[in-house]
Design a protein around this ligand. Structure first.
Ligand code: G16
Length: 543
Protein backbone atom coordinates (compact mmCIF):
# COMPACT_ATOMS: atom_id res chain seq x y z
CA UNK A 1 0.00 0.00 0.00
CA UNK A 2 1.53 3.29 -1.03
CA UNK A 3 0.88 6.97 -0.84
CA UNK A 4 0.32 8.46 -4.26
CA UNK A 5 1.30 11.99 -5.23
CA UNK A 6 -1.13 13.01 -7.96
CA UNK A 7 -0.52 15.99 -10.25
CA UNK A 8 -3.43 18.42 -10.41
CA UNK A 9 -4.29 21.96 -11.53
CA UNK A 10 -6.30 24.61 -9.67
CA UNK A 11 -10.07 25.03 -10.06
CA UNK A 12 -11.43 28.57 -10.07
CA UNK A 13 -13.89 29.61 -7.38
CA UNK A 14 -12.89 27.40 -4.45
CA UNK A 15 -13.23 30.27 -1.98
CA UNK A 16 -15.19 29.24 1.15
CA UNK A 17 -18.33 31.36 1.68
CA UNK A 18 -20.30 32.11 4.85
CA UNK A 19 -19.95 28.48 5.87
CA UNK A 20 -17.42 26.54 3.81
CA UNK A 21 -17.34 25.65 0.12
CA UNK A 22 -20.81 25.01 -1.31
CA UNK A 23 -21.29 24.11 -4.95
CA UNK A 24 -23.53 22.08 -7.21
CA UNK A 25 -22.86 18.33 -6.94
CA UNK A 26 -21.86 18.34 -10.63
CA UNK A 27 -19.00 20.67 -9.81
CA UNK A 28 -17.80 18.43 -6.96
CA UNK A 29 -17.92 15.40 -9.29
CA UNK A 30 -15.18 16.81 -11.53
CA UNK A 31 -12.06 14.67 -11.11
CA UNK A 32 -9.77 16.25 -8.52
CA UNK A 33 -12.25 18.93 -7.38
CA UNK A 34 -12.82 17.48 -3.90
CA UNK A 35 -9.21 16.27 -3.61
CA UNK A 36 -7.83 19.74 -4.41
CA UNK A 37 -9.93 21.38 -1.73
CA UNK A 38 -9.07 18.75 0.89
CA UNK A 39 -5.38 19.07 0.03
CA UNK A 40 -5.71 22.84 0.43
CA UNK A 41 -7.20 22.26 3.90
CA UNK A 42 -4.36 19.96 4.90
CA UNK A 43 -1.82 22.45 3.52
CA UNK A 44 -3.36 25.25 5.60
CA UNK A 45 -3.99 23.77 9.03
CA UNK A 46 -0.42 23.09 10.07
CA UNK A 47 1.23 19.76 10.78
CA UNK A 48 -1.32 16.96 10.56
CA UNK A 49 1.11 14.26 11.69
CA UNK A 50 0.01 12.42 14.80
CA UNK A 51 -3.23 14.42 15.09
CA UNK A 52 -6.86 13.35 15.46
CA UNK A 53 -9.44 14.40 12.86
CA UNK A 54 -13.25 14.12 13.10
CA UNK A 55 -15.15 13.39 9.90
CA UNK A 56 -18.82 13.17 8.98
CA UNK A 57 -21.61 14.77 7.07
CA UNK A 58 -25.34 15.11 6.66
CA UNK A 59 -25.75 12.03 4.49
CA UNK A 60 -26.56 13.88 1.30
CA UNK A 61 -25.66 12.53 -2.15
CA UNK A 62 -21.84 12.16 -2.51
CA UNK A 63 -21.34 12.11 1.31
CA UNK A 64 -20.18 8.50 1.41
CA UNK A 65 -17.79 8.81 -1.55
CA UNK A 66 -16.31 12.00 -0.14
CA UNK A 67 -15.76 10.39 3.29
CA UNK A 68 -13.83 7.55 1.64
CA UNK A 69 -11.63 9.94 -0.35
CA UNK A 70 -10.93 12.11 2.69
CA UNK A 71 -10.01 9.08 4.83
CA UNK A 72 -7.43 8.02 2.22
CA UNK A 73 -6.06 11.57 2.01
CA UNK A 74 -5.92 11.94 5.80
CA UNK A 75 -3.89 8.71 5.95
CA UNK A 76 -1.49 10.14 3.37
CA UNK A 77 -0.95 13.19 5.58
CA UNK A 78 0.01 11.29 8.69
CA UNK A 79 -3.07 11.75 10.87
CA UNK A 80 -2.87 9.27 13.73
CA UNK A 81 -6.61 8.78 14.07
CA UNK A 82 -9.87 9.72 12.39
CA UNK A 83 -13.19 9.50 14.23
CA UNK A 84 -15.88 9.02 11.62
CA UNK A 85 -19.62 8.80 12.25
CA UNK A 86 -21.27 5.48 11.37
CA UNK A 87 -22.30 5.50 7.70
CA UNK A 88 -20.32 8.73 7.34
CA UNK A 89 -23.10 10.50 9.26
CA UNK A 90 -22.49 13.22 11.84
CA UNK A 91 -24.58 16.36 12.29
CA UNK A 92 -22.67 19.63 12.33
CA UNK A 93 -23.29 20.09 16.09
CA UNK A 94 -22.18 16.50 16.69
CA UNK A 95 -18.89 17.13 14.84
CA UNK A 96 -18.30 20.13 17.08
CA UNK A 97 -19.14 18.08 20.18
CA UNK A 98 -16.89 15.16 19.17
CA UNK A 99 -13.94 17.46 18.33
CA UNK A 100 -14.15 19.01 21.81
CA UNK A 101 -14.78 15.82 23.72
CA UNK A 102 -11.92 13.89 22.08
CA UNK A 103 -9.49 16.83 21.86
CA UNK A 104 -9.20 16.48 18.09
CA UNK A 105 -7.11 18.95 16.09
CA UNK A 106 -10.15 19.66 13.92
CA UNK A 107 -12.88 18.16 11.81
CA UNK A 108 -14.27 18.09 8.32
CA UNK A 109 -18.02 18.55 7.90
CA UNK A 110 -19.62 17.46 4.64
CA UNK A 111 -22.80 19.43 4.18
CA UNK A 112 -24.44 22.16 2.19
CA UNK A 113 -26.71 22.66 5.18
CA UNK A 114 -30.21 23.71 4.18
CA UNK A 115 -29.47 23.67 0.43
CA UNK A 116 -31.25 20.89 -1.51
CA UNK A 117 -29.36 17.61 -2.09
CA UNK A 118 -29.30 14.80 -4.65
CA UNK A 119 -27.40 14.54 -7.94
CA UNK A 120 -28.84 17.88 -9.11
CA UNK A 121 -28.54 19.52 -5.69
CA UNK A 122 -25.68 20.97 -3.71
CA UNK A 123 -22.73 19.58 -1.78
CA UNK A 124 -20.43 21.31 0.66
CA UNK A 125 -17.34 20.89 2.77
CA UNK A 126 -15.99 22.91 5.64
CA UNK A 127 -13.16 22.67 8.15
CA UNK A 128 -13.71 23.14 11.89
CA UNK A 129 -10.82 23.93 14.21
CA UNK A 130 -9.81 22.53 17.60
CA UNK A 131 -12.39 24.52 19.59
CA UNK A 132 -15.06 22.71 17.55
CA UNK A 133 -16.08 25.80 15.59
CA UNK A 134 -15.87 26.82 11.94
CA UNK A 135 -12.39 27.86 10.85
CA UNK A 136 -11.86 31.60 11.21
CA UNK A 137 -11.40 33.75 8.15
CA UNK A 138 -7.61 33.68 8.26
CA UNK A 139 -7.72 29.91 7.79
CA UNK A 140 -10.49 29.91 5.16
CA UNK A 141 -8.55 32.52 3.20
CA UNK A 142 -5.35 30.46 3.48
CA UNK A 143 -7.31 27.46 2.17
CA UNK A 144 -8.54 29.53 -0.76
CA UNK A 145 -5.02 30.76 -1.56
CA UNK A 146 -3.78 27.16 -1.43
CA UNK A 147 -6.48 26.07 -3.92
CA UNK A 148 -5.18 28.62 -6.40
CA UNK A 149 -1.59 27.39 -6.46
CA UNK A 150 -2.10 23.68 -5.95
CA UNK A 151 0.00 21.34 -8.11
CA UNK A 152 -0.33 17.94 -6.37
CA UNK A 153 -2.47 16.12 -3.85
CA UNK A 154 -1.54 13.10 -1.79
CA UNK A 155 -3.73 10.06 -1.27
CA UNK A 156 -3.29 6.49 -0.07
CA UNK A 157 -4.16 3.80 -2.61
CA UNK A 158 -5.60 1.63 0.19
CA UNK A 159 -9.38 1.18 0.00
CA UNK A 160 -11.28 2.94 2.78
CA UNK A 161 -12.83 0.58 5.36
CA UNK A 162 -16.59 -0.09 5.51
CA UNK A 163 -18.40 2.66 7.40
CA UNK A 164 -21.53 0.86 8.55
CA UNK A 165 -20.12 -1.13 11.47
CA UNK A 166 -18.82 0.45 14.67
CA UNK A 167 -15.20 -0.48 15.18
CA UNK A 168 -11.57 0.18 14.46
CA UNK A 169 -9.55 -0.39 11.31
CA UNK A 170 -6.44 0.96 9.69
CA UNK A 171 -5.36 2.80 6.53
CA UNK A 172 -1.56 3.08 6.25
CA UNK A 173 -0.49 4.05 9.79
CA UNK A 174 -3.82 5.78 10.56
CA UNK A 175 -6.47 4.35 12.87
CA UNK A 176 -10.05 4.73 11.64
CA UNK A 177 -12.64 4.61 14.42
CA UNK A 178 -16.24 4.34 13.25
CA UNK A 179 -18.21 5.85 16.16
CA UNK A 180 -21.90 6.01 16.97
CA UNK A 181 -23.20 9.23 15.40
CA UNK A 182 -25.43 10.14 18.35
CA UNK A 183 -23.89 8.93 21.65
CA UNK A 184 -21.47 11.74 22.58
CA UNK A 185 -23.95 14.40 21.55
CA UNK A 186 -26.87 12.86 23.44
CA UNK A 187 -24.74 12.56 26.59
CA UNK A 188 -23.92 16.28 26.41
CA UNK A 189 -27.60 17.20 26.01
CA UNK A 190 -28.51 15.17 29.09
CA UNK A 191 -26.05 17.26 31.13
CA UNK A 192 -27.49 20.59 29.95
CA UNK A 193 -31.21 19.99 30.26
CA UNK A 194 -33.62 18.68 32.86
CA UNK A 195 -34.41 15.39 31.15
CA UNK A 196 -36.51 14.22 34.12
CA UNK A 197 -38.84 17.24 33.80
CA UNK A 198 -39.15 16.82 30.03
CA UNK A 199 -39.83 13.11 30.48
CA UNK A 200 -42.59 13.95 32.94
CA UNK A 201 -44.04 16.43 30.43
CA UNK A 202 -44.33 13.73 27.76
CA UNK A 203 -45.61 11.21 30.30
CA UNK A 204 -48.39 13.69 31.12
CA UNK A 205 -49.69 13.57 27.54
CA UNK A 206 -47.86 16.56 26.01
CA UNK A 207 -47.78 16.17 22.25
CA UNK A 208 -45.08 17.20 19.80
CA UNK A 209 -44.05 16.82 16.16
CA UNK A 210 -40.38 17.11 15.25
CA UNK A 211 -39.84 17.36 11.49
CA UNK A 212 -36.44 15.93 10.56
CA UNK A 213 -37.01 16.98 6.93
CA UNK A 214 -35.38 13.66 5.84
CA UNK A 215 -32.07 15.15 6.90
CA UNK A 216 -29.52 14.36 9.57
CA UNK A 217 -31.39 15.46 12.72
CA UNK A 218 -33.70 12.43 12.42
CA UNK A 219 -31.40 9.91 14.16
CA UNK A 220 -30.65 12.42 16.94
CA UNK A 221 -34.32 13.26 17.47
CA UNK A 222 -35.35 9.59 17.43
CA UNK A 223 -32.69 8.68 19.99
CA UNK A 224 -33.21 11.64 22.31
CA UNK A 225 -36.92 12.53 22.05
CA UNK A 226 -38.46 9.11 21.52
CA UNK A 227 -35.66 7.10 23.15
CA UNK A 228 -34.33 8.97 26.18
CA UNK A 229 -37.28 11.30 26.84
CA UNK A 230 -40.12 8.85 26.21
CA UNK A 231 -42.02 10.83 23.57
CA UNK A 232 -44.42 8.49 21.76
CA UNK A 233 -43.31 6.88 18.50
CA UNK A 234 -44.43 9.11 15.65
CA UNK A 235 -43.31 12.28 17.43
CA UNK A 236 -40.46 12.46 14.92
CA UNK A 237 -41.65 12.74 11.33
CA UNK A 238 -39.50 12.54 8.17
CA UNK A 239 -36.84 11.15 10.50
CA UNK A 240 -34.84 8.97 8.09
CA UNK A 241 -31.97 10.81 6.34
CA UNK A 242 -32.24 10.49 2.55
CA UNK A 243 -29.57 11.40 0.01
CA UNK A 244 -31.91 13.88 -1.65
CA UNK A 245 -33.93 14.82 1.47
CA UNK A 246 -36.98 13.31 -0.24
CA UNK A 247 -36.74 15.98 -2.92
CA UNK A 248 -37.48 18.72 -0.38
CA UNK A 249 -35.57 21.80 0.65
CA UNK A 250 -34.33 20.94 4.16
CA UNK A 251 -34.59 24.49 5.47
CA UNK A 252 -36.67 24.84 8.61
CA UNK A 253 -38.70 27.96 7.94
CA UNK A 254 -42.45 28.38 7.53
CA UNK A 255 -42.16 28.21 3.73
CA UNK A 256 -40.08 25.03 3.40
CA UNK A 257 -41.52 23.24 6.43
CA UNK A 258 -45.06 23.83 5.16
CA UNK A 259 -46.24 20.36 6.26
CA UNK A 260 -45.34 21.07 9.87
CA UNK A 261 -46.82 24.57 9.77
CA UNK A 262 -50.12 23.22 8.38
CA UNK A 263 -50.19 20.66 11.21
CA UNK A 264 -49.45 23.28 13.88
CA UNK A 265 -52.10 25.69 12.58
CA UNK A 266 -54.84 22.99 12.40
CA UNK A 267 -57.51 22.96 15.15
CA UNK A 268 -56.27 19.65 16.58
CA UNK A 269 -52.58 20.57 16.47
CA UNK A 270 -49.99 19.05 18.79
CA UNK A 271 -48.77 21.23 21.69
CA UNK A 272 -45.38 21.87 20.17
CA UNK A 273 -43.68 21.66 16.79
CA UNK A 274 -40.08 21.93 15.67
CA UNK A 275 -37.97 21.31 12.60
CA UNK A 276 -34.29 21.12 11.83
CA UNK A 277 -32.27 21.48 8.63
CA UNK A 278 -29.95 19.38 6.44
CA UNK A 279 -27.08 19.20 8.94
CA UNK A 280 -29.17 19.76 12.10
CA UNK A 281 -27.69 23.06 13.17
CA UNK A 282 -30.77 25.14 12.39
CA UNK A 283 -34.14 25.00 14.13
CA UNK A 284 -37.64 26.32 13.85
CA UNK A 285 -39.89 26.53 16.90
CA UNK A 286 -43.67 26.43 16.45
CA UNK A 287 -46.44 26.65 19.00
CA UNK A 288 -50.15 26.12 18.40
CA UNK A 289 -50.92 28.52 15.54
CA UNK A 290 -47.72 30.45 16.16
CA UNK A 291 -44.29 30.24 14.49
CA UNK A 292 -41.66 31.82 16.73
CA UNK A 293 -39.14 33.94 14.84
CA UNK A 294 -35.50 32.91 15.39
CA UNK A 295 -34.76 36.37 16.77
CA UNK A 296 -37.56 36.06 19.32
CA UNK A 297 -36.48 32.51 20.15
CA UNK A 298 -32.97 33.74 21.01
CA UNK A 299 -34.37 36.53 23.19
CA UNK A 300 -36.77 34.18 24.98
CA UNK A 301 -34.08 31.56 25.59
CA UNK A 302 -31.82 34.29 27.01
CA UNK A 303 -34.56 35.69 29.26
CA UNK A 304 -35.27 32.19 30.62
CA UNK A 305 -31.81 30.66 30.47
CA UNK A 306 -31.69 29.70 34.14
CA UNK A 307 -34.55 27.18 33.83
CA UNK A 308 -32.07 24.74 32.26
CA UNK A 309 -29.53 23.10 34.59
CA UNK A 310 -26.63 23.88 32.23
CA UNK A 311 -27.33 27.62 32.51
CA UNK A 312 -28.52 27.88 36.11
CA UNK A 313 -25.60 30.13 37.05
CA UNK A 314 -26.74 32.69 34.48
CA UNK A 315 -25.25 33.84 31.20
CA UNK A 316 -22.13 35.94 30.60
CA UNK A 317 -23.43 37.62 27.47
CA UNK A 318 -25.38 37.24 24.25
CA UNK A 319 -24.15 37.56 20.69
CA UNK A 320 -26.28 37.96 17.58
CA UNK A 321 -25.49 38.53 13.93
CA UNK A 322 -26.06 42.06 12.70
CA UNK A 323 -29.22 41.29 10.66
CA UNK A 324 -30.81 39.43 13.60
CA UNK A 325 -33.44 41.54 15.38
CA UNK A 326 -32.49 43.57 18.42
CA UNK A 327 -34.96 41.67 20.67
CA UNK A 328 -32.00 39.96 22.38
CA UNK A 329 -30.36 43.33 23.08
CA UNK A 330 -33.34 44.29 25.23
CA UNK A 331 -33.02 41.10 27.26
CA UNK A 332 -29.27 41.61 27.66
CA UNK A 333 -29.90 45.13 29.00
CA UNK A 334 -32.43 43.79 31.52
CA UNK A 335 -29.99 41.08 32.64
CA UNK A 336 -27.09 43.51 32.82
CA UNK A 337 -24.94 41.47 30.41
CA UNK A 338 -23.33 42.58 27.12
CA UNK A 339 -24.88 41.91 23.72
CA UNK A 340 -22.41 41.63 20.83
CA UNK A 341 -23.34 42.36 17.23
CA UNK A 342 -21.29 40.31 14.76
CA UNK A 343 -21.31 39.73 10.99
CA UNK A 344 -23.40 36.88 9.58
CA UNK A 345 -21.62 33.56 10.07
CA UNK A 346 -21.34 31.36 13.15
CA UNK A 347 -17.54 31.58 12.93
CA UNK A 348 -17.70 35.11 14.35
CA UNK A 349 -19.09 33.83 17.67
CA UNK A 350 -16.17 31.49 18.38
CA UNK A 351 -13.77 33.98 19.93
CA UNK A 352 -16.52 35.48 22.13
CA UNK A 353 -17.44 32.06 23.48
CA UNK A 354 -13.81 30.96 23.92
CA UNK A 355 -13.13 34.15 25.87
CA UNK A 356 -16.15 33.58 28.13
CA UNK A 357 -17.80 36.77 26.88
CA UNK A 358 -20.91 35.21 25.30
CA UNK A 359 -22.89 32.19 26.47
CA UNK A 360 -25.80 32.32 24.02
CA UNK A 361 -25.62 33.15 20.33
CA UNK A 362 -28.21 33.41 17.62
CA UNK A 363 -28.96 34.36 14.07
CA UNK A 364 -32.08 35.27 12.16
CA UNK A 365 -31.32 32.39 9.77
CA UNK A 366 -32.88 29.90 12.20
CA UNK A 367 -29.67 29.38 14.15
CA UNK A 368 -29.41 29.34 17.94
CA UNK A 369 -26.81 27.84 20.21
CA UNK A 370 -24.57 28.21 23.22
CA UNK A 371 -21.04 27.71 24.40
CA UNK A 372 -21.64 23.96 24.95
CA UNK A 373 -20.15 23.55 21.46
CA UNK A 374 -18.98 26.01 18.77
CA UNK A 375 -21.73 25.51 16.19
CA UNK A 376 -25.36 26.46 16.21
CA UNK A 377 -27.44 23.55 17.35
CA UNK A 378 -30.97 22.72 16.21
CA UNK A 379 -31.74 19.86 18.60
CA UNK A 380 -30.26 21.87 21.51
CA UNK A 381 -32.72 24.72 20.80
CA UNK A 382 -35.65 22.30 20.69
CA UNK A 383 -34.56 20.74 24.00
CA UNK A 384 -34.22 24.19 25.53
CA UNK A 385 -37.80 25.00 24.57
CA UNK A 386 -39.01 21.64 25.93
CA UNK A 387 -37.21 22.38 29.20
CA UNK A 388 -38.85 25.82 29.31
CA UNK A 389 -42.31 24.40 28.53
CA UNK A 390 -41.85 21.78 31.25
CA UNK A 391 -40.59 24.27 33.83
CA UNK A 392 -43.21 26.96 33.15
CA UNK A 393 -46.22 24.77 32.45
CA UNK A 394 -47.25 27.36 29.87
CA UNK A 395 -47.86 26.88 26.15
CA UNK A 396 -45.56 28.44 23.54
CA UNK A 397 -47.88 31.31 22.59
CA UNK A 398 -48.32 32.40 26.21
CA UNK A 399 -44.57 32.41 26.74
CA UNK A 400 -44.06 34.50 23.60
CA UNK A 401 -46.85 36.98 24.38
CA UNK A 402 -45.66 37.44 27.94
CA UNK A 403 -42.17 38.10 26.60
CA UNK A 404 -43.49 40.75 24.19
CA UNK A 405 -45.56 42.34 26.97
CA UNK A 406 -42.43 42.68 29.08
CA UNK A 407 -39.85 43.66 26.45
CA UNK A 408 -41.94 44.88 23.50
CA UNK A 409 -42.23 43.13 20.13
CA UNK A 410 -39.64 43.43 17.40
CA UNK A 411 -41.65 42.83 14.23
CA UNK A 412 -39.27 41.11 11.87
CA UNK A 413 -39.15 39.66 8.38
CA UNK A 414 -36.59 38.61 5.79
CA UNK A 415 -37.27 38.93 2.07
CA UNK A 416 -35.02 36.81 -0.16
CA UNK A 417 -34.50 37.42 -3.86
CA UNK A 418 -32.84 34.23 -5.05
CA UNK A 419 -30.80 33.47 -8.20
CA UNK A 420 -30.50 37.13 -9.14
CA UNK A 421 -27.95 38.03 -11.80
CA UNK A 422 -24.74 38.45 -9.78
CA UNK A 423 -23.69 41.69 -11.52
CA UNK A 424 -27.13 43.24 -11.03
CA UNK A 425 -27.07 42.35 -7.31
CA UNK A 426 -23.59 43.85 -6.88
CA UNK A 427 -24.71 46.95 -8.77
CA UNK A 428 -27.63 47.36 -6.36
CA UNK A 429 -25.33 47.00 -3.35
CA UNK A 430 -22.93 49.58 -4.81
CA UNK A 431 -25.85 51.92 -5.42
CA UNK A 432 -26.81 51.56 -1.73
CA UNK A 433 -23.24 52.09 -0.56
CA UNK A 434 -22.93 55.24 -2.66
CA UNK A 435 -25.87 56.79 -0.83
CA UNK A 436 -24.67 56.02 2.69
CA UNK A 437 -22.92 59.34 3.37
CA UNK A 438 -26.11 61.32 2.69
CA UNK A 439 -28.70 59.06 4.30
CA UNK A 440 -28.28 59.99 7.97
CA UNK A 441 -30.78 62.66 8.95
CA UNK A 442 -33.07 62.02 5.96
CA UNK A 443 -36.82 61.65 6.56
CA UNK A 444 -38.88 58.86 4.98
CA UNK A 445 -42.58 58.51 5.59
CA UNK A 446 -42.47 59.19 9.32
CA UNK A 447 -39.05 57.55 9.79
CA UNK A 448 -35.87 59.49 10.32
CA UNK A 449 -32.50 57.87 9.55
CA UNK A 450 -30.18 57.81 12.58
CA UNK A 451 -27.36 55.74 11.05
CA UNK A 452 -26.51 54.36 7.64
CA UNK A 453 -23.38 52.31 7.06
CA UNK A 454 -21.83 49.19 5.59
CA UNK A 455 -21.35 47.11 8.72
CA UNK A 456 -17.76 46.76 9.94
CA UNK A 457 -16.90 44.41 12.80
CA UNK A 458 -13.83 44.53 14.94
CA UNK A 459 -13.48 41.33 16.92
CA UNK A 460 -13.07 42.38 20.58
CA UNK A 461 -10.80 39.40 21.26
CA UNK A 462 -8.28 39.23 18.40
CA UNK A 463 -9.07 42.68 16.93
CA UNK A 464 -9.44 41.26 13.42
CA UNK A 465 -11.63 43.46 11.22
CA UNK A 466 -14.38 42.30 8.84
CA UNK A 467 -15.63 44.94 6.39
CA UNK A 468 -18.56 45.19 3.94
CA UNK A 469 -20.80 42.97 6.06
CA UNK A 470 -24.14 44.47 5.01
CA UNK A 471 -25.74 47.84 4.45
CA UNK A 472 -27.86 48.92 7.39
CA UNK A 473 -30.19 51.85 7.61
CA UNK A 474 -31.19 52.38 11.23
CA UNK A 475 -34.05 54.74 12.09
CA UNK A 476 -34.24 56.91 15.18
CA UNK A 477 -36.96 54.62 16.67
CA UNK A 478 -34.67 51.59 16.28
CA UNK A 479 -36.40 50.27 13.16
CA UNK A 480 -33.94 48.85 10.65
CA UNK A 481 -33.55 48.04 6.99
CA UNK A 482 -30.60 45.78 6.19
CA UNK A 483 -29.39 44.60 2.78
CA UNK A 484 -26.71 42.01 2.17
CA UNK A 485 -25.82 39.31 -0.32
CA UNK A 486 -25.97 35.74 0.89
CA UNK A 487 -22.70 33.84 1.20
CA UNK A 488 -24.29 30.38 0.97
CA UNK A 489 -26.16 30.35 -2.36
CA UNK A 490 -24.89 28.38 -5.34
CA UNK A 491 -26.81 30.05 -8.16
CA UNK A 492 -26.24 33.69 -9.10
CA UNK A 493 -26.67 35.97 -6.10
CA UNK A 494 -29.27 35.95 -3.34
CA UNK A 495 -30.23 39.38 -2.05
CA UNK A 496 -31.43 39.37 1.52
CA UNK A 497 -33.54 42.27 2.78
CA UNK A 498 -34.13 42.27 6.54
CA UNK A 499 -36.85 44.47 8.05
CA UNK A 500 -37.38 45.22 11.72
CA UNK A 501 -39.78 47.50 13.60
CA UNK A 502 -40.13 47.82 17.36
CA UNK A 503 -43.54 48.05 19.04
CA UNK A 504 -43.76 48.55 22.79
CA UNK A 505 -47.57 48.67 23.10
CA UNK A 506 -49.08 45.19 23.83
CA UNK A 507 -52.34 46.36 22.24
CA UNK A 508 -50.43 46.45 18.96
CA UNK A 509 -48.71 43.07 19.19
CA UNK A 510 -51.15 41.22 16.95
CA UNK A 511 -50.51 42.85 13.62
CA UNK A 512 -49.47 40.73 10.62
CA UNK A 513 -45.69 41.32 10.43
CA UNK A 514 -45.84 42.09 6.70
CA UNK A 515 -48.40 44.81 7.44
CA UNK A 516 -46.39 46.16 10.37
CA UNK A 517 -43.29 46.28 8.14
CA UNK A 518 -44.94 47.50 4.91
CA UNK A 519 -43.73 51.10 5.19
CA UNK A 520 -40.16 49.98 5.77
CA UNK A 521 -40.41 47.61 2.77
CA UNK A 522 -41.52 50.52 0.59
CA UNK A 523 -38.64 52.68 1.82
CA UNK A 524 -36.19 49.82 1.16
CA UNK A 525 -37.52 49.38 -2.39
CA UNK A 526 -37.11 53.09 -3.09
CA UNK A 527 -33.62 53.50 -1.66
CA UNK A 528 -32.22 50.34 -3.29
CA UNK A 529 -33.98 50.60 -6.67
CA UNK A 530 -34.08 46.82 -6.38
CA UNK A 531 -36.74 46.36 -9.06
CA UNK A 532 -35.09 48.63 -11.63
CA UNK A 533 -31.63 47.22 -11.03
CA UNK A 534 -32.43 43.50 -10.80
CA UNK A 535 -35.69 43.19 -12.71
CA UNK A 536 -37.26 41.48 -9.69
CA UNK A 537 -40.77 42.49 -8.77
CA UNK A 538 -41.24 40.28 -5.67
CA UNK A 539 -39.09 38.28 -3.26
CA UNK A 540 -38.86 34.53 -3.91
CA UNK A 541 -39.14 33.72 -0.21
CA UNK A 542 -40.57 35.72 2.67
CA UNK A 543 -39.97 34.45 6.19
C1 G16 B 1 -24.78 29.52 7.41
C2 G16 B 1 -23.97 30.16 8.48
C3 G16 B 1 -24.82 31.09 9.28
C4 G16 B 1 -25.52 32.09 8.38
C5 G16 B 1 -26.30 31.36 7.32
C6 G16 B 1 -26.89 32.27 6.27
O1 G16 B 1 -25.71 28.68 7.99
O2 G16 B 1 -23.40 29.21 9.34
O3 G16 B 1 -24.00 31.72 10.20
O4 G16 B 1 -26.39 32.90 9.11
O5 G16 B 1 -25.45 30.48 6.63
O6 G16 B 1 -25.87 32.88 5.59
P1 G16 B 1 -26.13 33.73 4.29
O7 G16 B 1 -27.15 34.78 4.70
O8 G16 B 1 -24.80 34.30 3.94
O9 G16 B 1 -26.72 32.83 3.25
P2 G16 B 1 -25.88 27.19 7.51
O10 G16 B 1 -26.96 26.62 8.35
O11 G16 B 1 -26.24 27.31 6.04
O12 G16 B 1 -24.54 26.58 7.70
Amino acid sequence: MTIQTVATTPFAGQRPGTSGLRKKVAEFLQPGYLENFVQAIFNSVGDCAGQTLVLGGDGRYFNRTAVQVILRMAAAHGYARVLVGRGGILSTPAVSCVIRKHAAAGGIVLSASHNPGGPDGDFGIKYNVGNGGPAPEKITEAIYVATQTIAVYRISDTAAPPLDQLGISQIEQMRVEVIDSVDDYAALMSELFDFAAIKALFAGGFTMRFDGMHAVSGPYAHAILEGMLGAPAGTVINGTPLEDFGGHHPDPNPVNAAELIALMFAPDSPDFGAASDGDADRNMIVGRAMAVTPSDSLAIIAANATVAPGYRAGIAGIARSMPTSTAADRVARALGVPCFETPTGWKYFGNLMDAGMATLCGEESYGTGSNHIREKDGVWAVLFWLNLLAASGKPVDTIVREHWARFGRNYYSRHDYEAVDAHAAEDMMEHLRAQLPELAGQQFDGFSVALADDFVYTDPVDHSVATRQGVRIVMTDGSRIVFRLSGTGTEGATIRLYLEKYEADPARHDIDPQVALAELATIAAGVSQLKARTGREHPTIVT
